[in-house]
Ligand binder design. Sequence first.
Ligand code: F3S
Length: 386
Amino acid sequence: MLEGRYGEACRRSLELIMAIAESYGCGELIKIKSAHVSGISYKNIGDAGLEYIKDLAEEGAKVRVRTTMNPCGFDLDKPWLFGVDEVFFEKQLEVIRSLEAMGVQPSLTCTPYYSDNKPRRGDHIAWAESSAVIYANSVIGAYTNRESGPSALAAAITGRAALTKDHSDERGPSVEVEVLAKVSDYSDWSLLGFVVGKLVPDGAPLIKVKRKTRTTGDKLKCFSAGLGASSATSIFWTAEQDLRGARDLERVVVTDEDLKGVRDEWTPTRRPTVVFIGCPHCSLREVEEVAERLRGRRVREDVILLISTSRSVYKRASELGLLEMVERAGAHLVKDTCLVVSPMKLSRNDVVLTDSAKTAYYAETMTNATIALGSRRTCLEGALEV
Ligand code: F3S
């Protein structure tokens, strides 16, 4: 590859992966089974990112492993919902077309593990998108670095990633987090992840929850997103895992007060104008739950209710009649995008209500709107007529 026998794009991509490996001090590479590329939205990457991707495609780059795409700036079938102008529309399509020319699947989701790109326990992969990285490492048991958009794409083109500690069984918890706080709803898990990340921004936390705390894969997905938004970690651990050697760790405690402190900053003061559910993208089960709650109800005239999911879940939801249930209530089930990566214009007069700490955090830094965090039930009730 370095001699250019597989083309210039492959040679350049391998150089990038090798430079990353050197920077970790290891200098070795590992073969990967899949890749997931972030930095798809034109809003985030701009012209420089578009040119970078177009150059690779024009040089004939092809991915060597199954590779999926993170969300883009709008739902390709409903661009009108996201305030997209003609220039944005065209440039976004150029990004997607260039990646497709390299063989990247236009999955346009941050939850590829639900169907488009499902790693197995023990697989070595090269994923970008912090929520998906943390989920893949911690919940599935795969091995991936926390790649960036360009490094995940370079790994896809070369089929190799930098062999770091994240790709070995040397990885392990560095700090024990005892959770005394009560967590049950999706937003609780999302907020817990966010608070843990703030407390241990560079650590690999071992999470110990109270004995009766119940969780699900979907809630751990929300936890992963919250954790990824406020920390640099690529993994968390749970007490159920076999953690021989994880002794004498530094200990941190998370109480109800810790969660309340952040929640208070995002307490709704006015009625929402935009309600967003689906960060990370909803699973089919979550879409079912939302559709059920919308049955026989109606979204208020002055609010937009967005529920975002992946294309594959959207298709299934449509086949099962869930899309119709959502639309009958006046809500929008959307795919391919999310509030954070879309160019949707929000003004000072807008109030965004969400059940995701990650969306709350980024929406707050990127817009002038007032941001509020609530449980999924609060979000739906806030959008519906009484
Ligand atoms: Fe996914 Fe957007 Fe959240 S990419 S993790 S829904 S910020």
